[in-house]
Ligand binder design. Structure first.
Ligand code: FAD
Ligand code: NAP
Length: 522
């Protein structure tokens, strides 16, 4: 279809040579080259006949458009009006007409799987196929047949439970001599790398793609071994996620692998179950007399970033029992110019954890030695960055280790939210010695004039000149003052459950509405 160099590409034996010896090119009329096509697509001409509207296309409707002067083709669930493209197609009208009014995915994949048709035919996009309801298949046999379908080039439909089917992602794969690329078509704009969580362990590839409250899962026992060094690319605008696996043996793969539990499912995120990977403790440093900063190294093949405001679960075996507790990863510093130290080849997770001498989990954590392992789950949490995107005032109300979610949030807003006027932190602790990162907070006050902090102690020493007491309506109203009347404000609260509940109540009494308050809870 496109001008593919004749010699070494595609590599012999690669998927891209699937149409070996077969297809012929037809001479195109003058003014019908690829460049002419690109010019036409950029001309602003209505190429679909729908004036930019996107529609849902039923199979019946698709079938009606099967003539050279009215030809629609479906590729991977998206329908294109290829009528204006007929004369530009190097393979000629005849080839395109083979898929007229039908699903051309198979044919397309046999001939030009590598062509970026999404971009080539962007202006011809009519809409998306209206999906038929899908009965939930029986686990093992249907998963196998789905896999088979995929390997034949047809994309399997995901097992969708309880959401709009048109949202469901799908996947595909191709290989070269030395790599295998798994491509997930999320059908979502605004994807980013935080939404992709990838693990590879004991020849099992597990990829979870988070789309709002839903999770799409790839869970496959790969047919051949791959290197630990796995690349993940996210094409944000088109919502395509590419997982590039490096082969170890450089031989052609007959299939991607064996589907495992819940493979290719698209279900509520909360129904997906937590996945844990083993992380290595690489450092442990004191923050205060009872709180430590733990640095955990993720496995090299793991890709995950914990979004602002989300927590993970740590899992340990304590006296023969599996115990799980939530913790909120933090940045390693409050100084925005401070770069996270590099952790060998992988990524690190920093956790600020208070050790309770009588605490079941934290005291066990404290006993971990450098080089020991602990299990870390996927991130969770309801906070969305969109809540702070156009904010003018951000008020943070923290008690003790309830400061942890505020750390990444502070770094994020101070570097990314241009509309921001003020960030005020009200930080409750028992004593001066309990204040986490007090030096860094005081430095930040000097560095950034938008930021203010107030430390309030419930058990202060006689020397303490600052505020004292417990959370109260008067303390809150004194400090949390909007930068202007009706400013766009968000108040984030975190501490023990009773502290958070009191905070919510006082703020509501002070006139803040539900949407202006976010409480961090598990
Ligand atoms: P436990 O055995 O549960 O009890 C420890 C001691 O604390 C005992 O002395 C007990 O009397 C007392 N205690 C029990 N419950 C509470 C309570 N709710 N408040 C105050 N004292 C109590 N902790 C961190 O240090 N860092 C974090 O980043 C962090 N993030 C969290 C994120 C979320 C979403 C949630 C819900 C909690 C978070 N926690 C965090 C708290 C953490 O999950 C544990 O509760 C904490 O480490 C205590 O566990 P433990 O098993 O050691 O203590
Ligand atoms: P702490 O030292 O016991 O207390 C810190 C401050 O909070 C003290 O001034 C204390 O006052 C005050 N406080 C505690 N409970 C209160 C209540 N019921 N009413 C009014 N004030 C109260 O705190 P900590 O040991 O660090 O515990 C932090 C809490 O935050 C834990 O419960 C932890 O689970 C929670 N946390 C939650 C998240 C999350 O994301 N949800 C994250 C991190 C931590 P007093 O001296 O009067 O008690």
């Amino acid at each position: 279809m496109l001008n593919v160099p004749a010699a070494a590409f595609p590599a012999p034996g690669s998927q891209q040579r699937a149409a070996r010896g077969g297809r012929s090119k037809v001479p195109l009329k003058p003014g019908r080259s690829l460049m002419d096509w690109i010019r036409l697509t950029k001309s602003g001409k209505d190429l679909t006949g729908l004036k930019g509207r996107l529609i849902e296309v039923t199979e019946e409707e698709l079938a009606k458009h099967n003539k050279t002067d009215d030809c629609w083709i479906c590729i991977r669930g998206l329908v294109y009006n290829v009528t204006p493209y007929m004369e530009y197609h190097p393979g000629g009208e005849g080839e395109l007409m083979k898929a007229a009014g039908a699903d051309g995915t198979d044919l397309f994949d046999q001939v030009h799987r590598w062509v970026n048709y999404e971009s080539m035919l962007k202006e011809c996009l009519v809409g998306r196929m209206a999906l038929k309801p899908i009965a939930l298949p029986k686990e093992s046999t249907s998963a196998l047949s789905e896999e088979k379908k995929c390997l034949n080039g047809m994309l399997p439909e995901s097992k969708i439970v309880g959401t709009s089917k048109s949202l469901a992602p799908s996947y595909d794969w191709f290989q070269t001599d030395c790599s295998v690329t798994v491509v997930v078509y999320t059908k979502q704009k605004g994807m980013n790398s935080e939404m992709v969580i990838l693990d590879y362990e004991d020849s099992r590839l597990r990829g979870e793609i988070i789309i709002r409250d839903y999770s799409y899962l790839l869970n496959i026992e790969l047919s051949n071994a791959v290197q630990e060094d796995i690349a993940v690319h996210v094409a944000e605008k088109v919502g395509k996620v590419e997982i590039v696996l490096k082969k170890i043996d450089n031989i052609p793969w007959k299939k991607l692998g064996q589907p495992l539990e819940s493979h290719n499912s698209f279900i509520k995120r909360t129904d997906q179950g937590l996945y844990y990977r083993k992380c290595k403790l690489i450092s442990k440093t004191d923050v205060t007399h009872d709180t430590k900063l733990f640095c955990l190294l993720l496995p090299q093949s793991t890709h995950f970033q914990v979004p602002v405001g989300q927590h993970v679960y740590l899992k340990q075996i304590v006296t023969g029992k599996e115990i799980v507790k939530p913790y909120t990863p933090v940045s390693c510093s409050l100084q925005t110019h401070f770069k996270e130290p590099s952790c060998h080849d992988g990524a690190c997770l920093f956790l600020m954890i208070k050790i309770y001498p009588s605490g079941l989990f934290s005291s066990e954590l404290d006993r971990l030695q450098i080089g020991d392992y602990i299990y870390v789950s996927n991130p969770e949490g309801s906070f969305q960055k969109s809540q702070v995107q156009t904010l003018e005032d951000l008020f943070l109300l923290a008690a003790g280790t309830g400061f942890t979610p505020m750390i990444k949030l502070l770094n994020y807003v101070l570097t990314n939210v241009n509309s921001l006027w003020t960030v005020k932190l009200m930080f409750f602790n028992k004593t001066e010695d309990d204040i986490l990162w007090r030096d860094q907070l005081e430095q930040l006050i000097l560095q950034d004039k938008r930021f203010e902090a107030q430390f309030i102690l419930s058990e202060p020493s006689k020397e303490w000149n600052g505020k004292r007491g417990k959370i109260s309506s008067s303390l809150l109203s004194e400090f949390f003052k909007r930068s202007k009347q009706d400013s766009k404000v968000l108040i984030c609260i975190c501490g023990s459950a009773p502290f958070t509940e009191q905070g919510e109540r006082f703020l509501k009494d002070l006139g803040y509405c539900k949407e202006e308050i976010h409480s961090f809870t598990a």
